[in-house]
Design a protein around this ligand. Structure first.
Ligand SMILES: O=c1ccn([C@@H]2O[C@H](COP(=O)(O)O)[C@@H](O)[C@H]2O)c(=O)[nH]1
Length: 320
């Protein structure tokens, strides 16, 4: 996590902008502005809507990245939004990751993979590329990915190996932000501990051999902003584990609520907001359906920048 920590220190900002575009979050005139270009390119007209949306997603992301790159240390593209559009969407995802990296941002791919060991080894190429020289080929352009621990150690080991070999990181789901997370994660084990506490101990152990100069390992944990008390207890329980904290803003998480998830130096956590930043333009009274695509893109960028600054300032206010 040393690169991430340096980026956070440089920007004095422990927040990450989630790039989760959907048709509802991209102004319609931006999508429409690609209609002609795409219709001329496609062989099968049935492919046009997904291609048009994919191109719009990338332009939308590019405008947001340009607007926040000097404020935030990282972005977190959510692959589900892109996979929904098929191959063109995957292109938009990888192009977004590549562009963010070119802008000096740490790119955290929210891909939530997890499978048996042999399959996990293939998924782990998100961090290492494939081929004879893994380091020379990095098609996904991610610095880290999210991983599901439900399959246990053999599903995680390939990701840890790929992460350490390539100076990248993984973030393992421990206490997720969603309302139903308690159905499994809060179950009490015979030992008296909760399932998520047991997972927390596994995660701390998985990272033990990979601790960097700042005291955090290559194996991070996902801890929802919607669980302030559990998050605080997990911070004490997992001293070498960096937290990715989603659930801020749109899901109700607050700066005060996440304050306990940081360490004594105000480090140790990266707080995500997706809809709260990329959809900030929707709250602007400057938006009009009749504005041009270029003006809408400017408004998206300007609104995202303001929302990212507000989030940064709110987090700074609760940290030492
Ligand atoms: O526990 C979790 C794990 C991942 N997420 C992801 O974070 C973003 C949150 O989006 P918002 O718009 O800021 O609510 C999204 O990509 C989720 O899949 C999470 O919310 N909670």
């Amino acid at each position: 996590m040393d690169r991430l920590i340096e980026a956070i220190e440089a920007k004095q900002n422990p927040s990450v902008v989630g790039l989760d575009p959907t048709e509802a979050l991209v102004p319609a005139q931006i999508v429409a502005s690609f209609a002609e270009e795409i219709s001329e390119q496609v062989e099968d007209p049935a492919e046009a809507p997904a291609m048009q949306l994919s191109v719009a997603f990338f332009e939308f992301n590019r405008a947001i990245i340009d607007a926040v790159a000097d404020i935030v240390p990282a972005v977190k593209p959510q692959i589900a939004m892109y996979e929904a559009l098929g191959p063109a969407g995957i292109d938009a995802y990888t192009m977004t990751c590549e562009y963010a990296k070119q802008k000096g941002l740490y790119v955290l791919g929210d891909v939530k993979r997890g499978d048996i060991g042999s399959t996990a080894a293939a998924y782990a190429h998100h961090l290492s590329g494939v081929g004879l020289d893994d380091t020379a080929y990095d098609p996904w352009h991610e610095d880290a990915v999210t991983v599901n621990p439900y399959l246990g150690t053999d599903g995680i080991t390939p990701f840890i190996d790929a992460a350490t070999a390539n100076d990248k990181d993984i973030f393992v789901l421990v206490r997720t932000s969603n309302p139903s997370s308690s159905e499994l994660q809060e179950l009490e084990l015979a030992s008296g501990e909760r399932v998520y506490e047991h997972v927390a101990d596994l995660v701390e152990g998985w990272g033990a051999e990979t601790i960097g100069k700042n005291g955090y390992s290559h194996v991070g944990a996902v801890v929802g902003a919607t669980h302030p008390e559990e998050g605080k207890a997990l911070r004490a329980r997992m001293p070498h584990t960096f937290f990715l904290v989603p659930g801020y803003g749109a899901q109700g998480g607050t700066a005060q609520g996440v304050a306990g998830m940081f360490d004594r130096d105000g480090m140790g956590a990266l707080v995500n907001s997706s809809r709260g930043i990329i959809g900030a333009w929707k709250k602007s009274d400057k938006y009009s359906e009749s504005m041009s695509a270029d003006d809408a893109l400017d408004l998206v960028a300007e609104s995202a920048r303001e929302a990212a600054k507000d989030m940064r300032d709110n987090l700074r206010a609760v940290l030492p």
